[in-house]
Every structure is written in C-alpha cells, then in structure tokens.
Design a protein around this ligand. Structure first.
Ligand SMILES: CC/C=C\C/C=C\CC/C=C/C=C/C(=O)SCCNC(=O)CCNC(=O)[C@H](O)C(C)(C)COP(=O)(O)OP(=O)(O)OC[C@H]1O[C@@H](n2cnc3c(N)ncnc32)[C@H](O)[C@@H]1OP(=O)(O)O
Ligand SMILES: NC(=O)C1=CN([C@@H]2O[C@H](COP(=O)(O)OP(=O)(O)OC[C@H]3O[C@@H](n4cnc5c(N)ncnc54)[C@H](OP(=O)(O)O)[C@@H]3O)[C@@H](O)[C@H]2O)C=CC1
Length: 333
C-alpha cells in the first residue's frame, strides 16, 4: 500500500515537474516561469521622491559614496540640497564622483580619503569633515567588502579583512562621530546598509553575513541607548541591485543572475535610484519618528526564499485539479 502511494506520488511529482519545465521553457527559456513578465507591474521610478530642498542646510557623510549604491545615495541627497562628504580609500574615484555630482546638482560634494578599518584614519577623517562642513546631520555607513568563497578556503586574513571593513569600520565611524556629536549636543540620523542575509545567514559569504549581523546588533543597540542624545539609528537590507562592486565579487561569471531574478516576486533587480530614495527618506526629518527600524528592500526575495511551499508557483491549474482531488480523497490520518 505504502509503495503504491509512494509510486503514485512520485509519478505525479514527475508529471507536475516535467510539464512545469515544458511550460517554463516555452514562455521564458530554460528556467524561471516567473521572471520578466511580472516586472512590468513594478516599474522603478528614478526621480527624487522627497520635495526639493528637503536637505537644505544639512550635511551628509556617506562612506563608500564614490561608487555603486553610495554614489546613488549621494546624488539624491545632493539633489535634495545636502552638502555631502564621501569617504573611502580611493581618492581619485571619490574626486571624480564628487565633481560629477556637484556639477549636476550645484551643491558641493567633498571627497575625503579614509580607510574605515583604521580607527586613527577615521578620527583624522572626522577632523577633516569638521573643518570642511562641521559635524554631519546624516551619516550613512555604506562602505563594505565581500566576495563569495567556500568557508573552508578562507584564510584568517580574508575573514579579518571583511569583518574589519564591515563591522569594525561601521563601529569606528559611528563611535567617532557619535562621541563628537554628543559632546556638541547635536543630533543626527545614522543609517547602516546591511543585506537580507544578515538575518538568515548565508553560506559562501560567511564573513559578510557575520559582520552585517553585527552591524544590525550595533545599530539596534544604539537606537535604544543614544535616542537621549538626539540620534536615530536605522538599517536598510537591500536585495540584489546591480553594481560593479557587488556583482563582480558575488557573481563573477554572471551565471547566477537569472536564477536570482526568477526567485524575486517582483521579477527584477532593484535600482540604485530606488534605494537612494528610501535612504533619503529614512535620513530625512519626514522619518524623525523612525529609529531602530530594519527595512528589508528586496522585491520580495527574502520571503520567496524562506517559504517551503513557494516552488508550488510552477504548478498549473490542471495540475492543481489533480492535486486537490488526491487531497480531498484522503480520509483520516
Ligand atoms: C547572483 C549573485 C549576484 C549578486 C548578488 C547580489 C545581491 C545579494 C546580496 C548582496 C550583498 C552584497 C554585499 C556586499 O557587501 S557587496 C560589496 C562588494 N564591494 C566590495 O567588496 C568593494 C571592496 N572590496 C575590496 O576592496 C576587495 O574585494 C577586498 C578583498 C574585500 C579588500 O581588498 P584588500 O586589498 O584590502 O584585500 P586583499 O589584500 O586583496 O585581500 C585580503 C585577504 O582576503 C583574501 N581574499 C581576497 N579575495 C579573495 C577571494 N575572492 N577568495 C578568497 N580569499 C580572498 C586575500 O587572499 C587576503 O588574504 P591572505 O591571502 O592575506 O590570507
Ligand atoms: N549591490 C547589491 O546588490 C547589494 C549591496 N549591499 C550593500 O550595499 C553597500 C554598497 O555596495 P555596492 O554599492 O553594491 O558596492 P561597491 O563595491 O560599489 O561599494 C562598496 C564601497 O565601499 C568602499 N570601501 C571598501 N572598503 C573600504 C574601506 N576599507 N574603507 C572605506 N571604504 C571602503 C569602496 O570604496 P573604495 O574602494 O574607494 O574604498 C566602495 O565605494 C554595501 O554595504 C553592500 O554590502 C547589500 C546588499 C545588496
């Protein structure tokens, strides 16, 4: 009896699987029933969302602001009136970005070299910022390092490099600025950019997952402790958004991108402008009651990966009739 049930279930699974695969390949190539078409429902809007002038007379520090998502956040804040400071290791990249953005927005963007792994360099960078603009009102901890690697291949220095940039770097920048802001009785909005796997953990990016989880604990803890000094601490967990920095280190051959898009319910990657709008909102006075928040911004990827039954999206209506009939026939346990 048991063998008959297993046999029938096995045959059904095969039928369901093979017809789903046939349908998938007819509609969308070899994999992914759902990629592409539903993205039309979710077009990305690229223009700045907040009223112009929302950041007038405000200073914003964005670490890693020379490239990728940090650059997009800088462009949006600058467009909305902020004077921005971007900081990272490569001064030439920072200077190019700063010139490009200020020439478009008419607002000054300053470039300051800083390796966030070095607490002394961070302290000197903050000295420079104080001299250039005064202490910032907005701090976005966006700088990061990452690469995919089986954990058994990680050297101690590989582990240290990622955790130093992501966790220690964020802590050094946050503590240095926090202490000086407290001394000067000035409030500020702190935002950390983490990732959806800071919550779940993920194989093959273990130093990054561990360090990003640490950043989330740091920001939630300080949200509780430093509200009394006028500081807000929030976190954005982005899903996949194409940048050279991330994609060259996480998907160097491009082999995983389609599978990744297929599992995103909104059917597409995010865009830098979309996350820049969210970061601007969280950092603005429109969000002055938001602190300790963790905002997942991933097109639905996290819940899509988490739900055990989500693969049933590929079951067709005819197959559902068959499945329902089988389930209804079952009596007792
Ligand atoms: C389908 C998937 C596609 C995309 C997925 C998209 C979204 C999913 C969620 C994504 C989350 C993304 C999170 C991110 O953080 S993306 C940000 C990526 N950007 C960067 O990493 C920019 C900065 N990175 C760097 O500068 C370098 O990559 C590095 C290595 C982090 C730091 O450079 P540095 O010069 O300081 O360090 P090195 O001396 O080169 O290396 C130090 C140490 O690490 C070892 N190492 C380096 N690379 C590797 C590697 N690929 N594999 C294993 N080990 C590596 C290196 O050998 C050194 O160790 P020792 O030899 O000294 O022992
Ligand atoms: N793109 C994506 O899909 C996702 C990105 N994220 C997060 O978004 C943020 C931005 O990533 P993204 O724009 O994609 O990638 P980038 O590689 O473009 O950005 C990383 C930035 O960090 C800076 N940086 C690296 N190491 C240091 C250091 N030691 N000191 C100071 N700055 C440093 C780099 O500048 P420099 O080399 O000049 O130092 C670079 O500008 C990161 O926090 C990342 O973890 C999270 C989830 C998904």
């Amino acid at each position: 009896m048991a063998a008959r049930v297993v046999g029938r279930a096995g045959r059904l699974a095969l039928v369901v699987r093979s017809s789903a695969v046939r349908l998938q390949s007819r509609l969308h190539g070899s994999t992914g029933l759902r990629s592409g078409s539903q993205a039309n429902f979710f077009p990305p809007l690229e223009d700045a969302m907040l009223p112009s002038g929302s950041f007038n007379n405000r200073m914003a520090l964005i670490t890693g602001g020379g490239t990728g998502l940090g650059r997009a956040m800088t462009a949006t804040l600058s467009q909305l009136g902020a004077q921005c400071i971007i900081a990272s290791r490569k001064l030439d990249v920072l200077q190019r970005t700063a010139e490009e953005i200020s020439s478009q927005t008419g607002n000054k963007v300053h470039a300051v070299q800083c390796d966030v792994r070095d607490p002394q360099a961070v302290s000197q960078c903050v000295d420079q910022i104080e001299a250039l603009t005064g202490l910032p009102d907005v701090i976005i901890n966006n700088a990061a390092g990452n690469f995919v690697c089986p954990s058994e291949r990680l050297s101690p220095n590989a582990w240290k490099t990622i955790t130093d940039i992501v966790l220690n770097g964020t802590a050094f920048v946050t503590l240095e600025l926090g202490k000086r802001l407290i001394q000067n009785q000035k409030g500020a909005s702190f935002l950390a950019i983490t990732t959806i796997y800071a919550e779940s953990g993920s194989g093959f990016v273990v130093p990054s997952a561990s360090a990003k989880a640490g950043v989330e604990a740091l920001y939630k803890s300080l949200a509780a402790e430093w509200g009394r000094y006028g500081h807000r601490f929030n976190i954005i967990q982005p899903g996949p958004i194409r940048t050279k920095g991330a994609f060259s280190r996480l998907d160097p051959t491009g082999a995983f991108e389609k599978a990744m898009i297929d599992r995103i319910p909104t059917g597409r990657l995010g865009t830098p402008a979309e996350i820049a709008n969210l970061a601007a909102y969280v950092s603005s006075n429109y969000a002055s009651w938001m602190s300790g928040a963790v905002i997942r911004f991933d097109g639905g990827e996290y819940v899509s990966l988490a739900g055990e039954f989500n693969e049933l999206r590929s079951v067709t209506p005819d197959q559902w009739k068959l499945l329902e009939a089988m389930i209804r026939k079952t009596k007792g346990s």
